[in-house]
Design a protein around this ligand. Structure first.
Ligand code: ATP
Ligand code: FE
Length: 362
């Protein structure tokens, strides 16, 4: 089978065609970074306008690149949520019309399930259920047990900022310029780069939630770390115009953030065991999972658990159409289809998936 996946939940207009064997047939991703860069954040109304303008061309390009026509497609998958309402609406409306006109099965995909399942594409023999998943992205930071497709239990999640947000805000406080590349990923990669030249000992930053009762919680917290760096800058503890200062603060921040991720992931593994779940591997996905220091720390946790760490290739850790198409394949196989009348869901906890009425009547 060939599934067409459409992603418009945030600022990427993306589409891809993936086969049931996990082969990537075709992919297009149009970013809007330059559109929003001037505002210092994503402007929802503008994002929707650009999705409207770009999606038809992105779809056309995705098919044309692989010399496909809609007749070669067996199902349409689309991000149903969570995300920005106006943006989700563009992708969902397009997918519904396309599927309805051609009489194709329609699959509404939970964006975070797609991040989690991405590691299984073409590797289902290795990445088997149940597994423990660490989702570290721009909007989420969480650990969860993936029992099966459509069945997840969250163990820990962030009490404030996501780790990706913290990377972005600290990078901004360090005066790092917004990248003008066409790759996704915000400012995280730039911070990772300069941290390589830094001395993490010069500005020791505390590891979040490391004391007393909060040390026992599997939850995350990144706003304290972010604020710590901002206060240091305000107090003149470092000069963002001095390259060595930039590098040393970046290294210190990354070290504390990575130590936090490591500790809470190890704790999540213990929680999973206490739930009676025997995980087959540790999966990390989302933009921050492309960070080498993060991967190294998580590989360490996995090794101590006696399981492998599995991550999608860095390019597929950030938002893309491939993960939506692949999640579509996984859901199609299990008959988890949606009616042509379904709507997007702006706020949608992953744990509630298993309680939704599936298979829906088509
Ligand atoms: P969500 O899926 O939660 O809605 P998102 O899809 O927008 O969020 P992603 O595209 O998965 O988020 O990830 C983007 C985030 O990852 C940004 O905050 C970016 O700074 C961070 N990031 C990307 N690459 C790296 C890296 N190498 N090191 C640290 N952070 C990174
Ligand atoms: Fe995402």
């Amino acid at each position: 089978v060939r599934v067409l996946g459409i992603e418009t939940s945030c600022d990427d207009t993306a589409a891809a065609v993936v086969t049931g064997d996990g082969l990537l047939v075709s992919e297009t991703n149009r970013h809007q970074h330059s559109v929003h860069a001037a505002y210092g954040g994503i402007v929802p109304g503008l994002a929707a306008v650009h999705h409207q303008a770009n999606l038809p061309l992105v779809l056309r390009e995705t098919l044309q690149r692989a010399s496909l026509s809609i007749g070669d497609i067996d199902a349409v998958a689309v991000t149903r949520g969570p995300g920005m309402a106006a943006s989700l609406g563009v992708g969902v409306a397009a997918a519904k019309a396309l599927a309805a006109v051609h009489g194709l099965p329609l699959i509404g995909v939970h964006h975070m399930e797609a991040h989690a399942l991405m590691a299984r594409m073409g590797r289902e023999d290795v990445v088997q259920f149940p597994f423990l998943c660490v989702l570290v992205s721009g909007g989420h930071t969480m650990t969860l047990v993936a029992h099966d497709v459509n069945s997840y239990t969250t163990i820990g999640s962030t009490r404030d900022d996501s780790v990706g947000e913290a990377f972005d805000k600290v990078a901004r406080d360090l005066g790092l310029p917004w990248p003008d590349t066409q790759d996704g990923g915000g400012l995280g990669p730039a911070l990772e780069q300069i941290a390589l030249r830094g001395d993490a000992q010069r500005f020791p930053l505390p590891v979040p939630m490391d004391k007393s009762t909060s040390a026992l919680s599997p939850d995350f917290s990144f706003s304290g770390l972010k604020t710590h760096v901002r206060r240091m800058r305000e107090a003149g503890a470092f000069d963002p115009l001095v390259a060595q200062d930039q590098a040393d603060v970046a290294a210190a921040f990354q070290r504390a953030a990575v130590a936090h991720l490591r500790k809470k992931t190890a704790l999540a593994c213990r929680h999973a065991r206490a739930m009676g779940v025997n995980i087959t591997c540790l999966v990390a996905s989302g933009g921050v999972a492309s960070n080498a220091a993060v991967r190294e720390a998580l590989a360490d946790v996995a090794a101590k658990e006696g399981v492998p760490l599995e991550c999608p290739p860095p390019r597929l850790c950030t938002d893309n159409g491939v993960m939506i198409a692949w999640a579509g394949v996984e859901r199609l196989r299990r008959g988890l289809l949606d009616p042509y009348t379904f709507d997007f869901i702006q706020r949608w906890p992953l744990d509630t998936l298993k309680e939704m009425p599936y298979p829906a009547r088509v």
